[in-house]
Design a binder for this molecule. Sequence first.
Ligand code: GUN
Length: 282
Amino acid sequence: MAQIIDGKKIAANVKAEVRAEVEKLRAAGKNPGLAVVLVGNNPASRVYVSNKEKDCAECGFRSYEYALPEETTEAELLELIDRLNADSSVNGILVQLPLPKQICEQTVLHAISPAKDVDAFHPENVGRIMIGDFQFLPCTPAGVIEMLDASGIEIAGKHCVVIGRSNIVGKPMAMLLLHRSGTVTICHSRTKDLAAQTRQADILVAAVGKAGFVTADMVKEGAVVIDVGMNRDAAGKLCGDVCYEEVAAKASAITPVPGGVGPMTRAILMRNTLTAARNAAE
Ligand code: GUN
């Protein structure tokens, strides 16, 4: 039976480290803070935003929440971002995605000051990740790397297969695994014979967004399986991309959903906010 990688526990350790550092900044008279901007009423986004507030409180950050109505214009949102960029009490800015359709996500993400871009979505930060000279870690991919490290799983020389090529997870995940000397394959909806690719994986990362997508026949005996999916099953229960029971029987280690990658993403956001606050304090 597979080792279950406990994301909650590893995230708690990361947050405790962040908290200790935030306390030092506060003792030096700083009061670091994160601004979270939510536009509209997406219920999942509301939950994510309220979790981020809890994380901020736990780590000693101030949090500033901006809940804007669904019909907010792009110009109004850009005006708020300009204000937050100029506000020295705000160290990090996170605009929760997705945004309503009248607002261009690219335009908004490009408007956030790269120094406050704790999601690492600005093209400057994305480019820095590509060349390995980065300060802000892409939250979910960095959370996955942290989990592998904390579990004593070596990446160098391993065949890592990432399913999914999104800007938020798939592409930066592949890049971080490559920086750690993994041999990386990125699979996507046009990949031919997906199972033949995934069966090559020593480390398999599923970031598809479809419940039950990864089945046991797609997984090599003894592989490490990381489930980034966050879906609802037919009964409305939170689940990942991986058929957990059957894959756990074959894997050497696996992340559960919930309690796997999700808490890690949030913990790395806190670490990025600390990085932004330290840079601003220099
Ligand atoms: N929506 C889903 N994932 C994310 C994320 O990592 N950051 C932001 N800002 N919005 C999201």
